[in-house]
Design a protein around this ligand. Structure first.
Ligand code: PSU
Ligand code: MN
Length: 305
């Protein structure tokens, strides 16, 4: 039984039972995306941002053979500090759970666990996608395939330019995933509100987004709607600065023969280490911003019925 593998925090369960808005949050960003103690501070303040908008946060991790949905502050601290935490995407789930290892969940794994728990809305910073050079490496994140069949909406700051943004948008189209940018015509690229690509869809209103989610799932159309939320312009990092870091990171990754699941954390760490904290500040700001939008969409969604 799926339920045997879930530990749902009582506050989250109470919210789900009473059709109150809940927002799922991922944990790879805590264990592999940011240095301690900023990661723990951010995880806690992101939860506070969700509450401020009237929803209940449910950060997701794997521990002792269970998927934990909604965490105590102690558990968040543990995942912020422990050194042996797995980065768990879909393919890692059975191994990590069967062996009772600690696991921080990617977008793909978090979506799946949120769905098992009955949560409909999920906020993250950046999603995985089609990597630059994927035409030869075939490095395409399982986040994209998961988005095609799991009915959990994803709010992100668009697609980071460590990926091939154009190919990622093509892949999302192939998989039948609606892509909506909140409040502007251009699709954002995480550190920048611009990407050079027009967003397939634009919506300016949380309740319209919620209504579209309801239509999609009532019709039996499986999968996510990707909601891209441009970061506030005052936090933008100049694209040419980021591009220099990415080029160097890709070179280093190639020289050091970094492959598979290590690629994304390696490149992200390189950018964080080389951008004098600028990218970290932007990262923190946009996660708060995304969590707040996800909470407002969750509130609007629960009002629909
Ligand atoms: N991109 C980011 N920040 C992140 C990630 C990606 O800008 O933290 C993390 C997310 O957890 C995402 C995962 O689901 O990396 C994708 O990993 P991969 O490319 O190995 O599928
Ligand atoms: Mn990959």
């Amino acid at each position: 039984m799926q339920a045997d593998f879930l530990i749902i925090h009582p506050e989250v369960q109470e919210a789900l039972d009473h059709k109150k808005p809940v927002v799922a949050l991922e944990s790879t960003i805590i264990s592999h995306g940011m240095p301690w103690p900023k990661n723990v501070e951010t995880a806690l303040s992101v939860e506070a941002a969700v509450r401020k908008e009237g929803a209940i946060p449910a950060t997701i991790v794997i521990k002792d053979g269970k998927c934990n949905v909604g965490l105590s502050a102690d558990l968040i601290d543990y995942f912020g500090q422990a050194k042996d935490v797995w980065k768990v995407s879909l393919r890692d789930m059975p191994y990590v759970i069967a062996n009772k290892l600690p696991g921080a969940t990617t977008v793909a794994a978090t979506m799946r666990i949120a769905s098992m728990a009955g949560i409909k809305i999920f906020a993250t910073g950046g999603i995985g996608g089609v990597h630059r050079g994927a035409t030869t490496t075939m490095d395409i994140s399982a986040d994209l395939t998961e988005m095609a069949h799991t009915n959990v909406a994803v709010v992100s700051a668009g697609v980071k330019s460590i990926l091939d943004i154009g190919l990622t948008l093509e892949y999302l189209e192939t998989m039948g995933i609606p892509v909506v940018t909140y409040g502007q015509d251009e699709f954002p690229s995480f550190y920048s509100s611009k990407s050079g690509y027009r967003s397939p869809l634009r919506m300016d209103d949380e309740s319209n987004i919620a209504a579209m989610l309801q239509v999609k799932w009532q019709m039996g159309l499986q999968g996510t709607v990707l909601i891209a939320n441009p970061l506030p312009t005052k936090y933008e990092v100049a694209p040419d600065v980021i591009e220099q870091h990415i080029q160097k990171a890709l070179q280093d990754a190639d020289q050091q023969k970094i492959t598979g699941k290590e690629v994304t954390p390696f490149i992200l760490k390189h950018i964080a280490d080389h951008s004098k904290g600028e990218s970290l500040e932007a990262n923190i700001a946009l996660i708060h911003h995304n969590a707040a939008l996800a909470a407002r969409i969750a509130v609007a969604y629960e009002k629909l019925k």
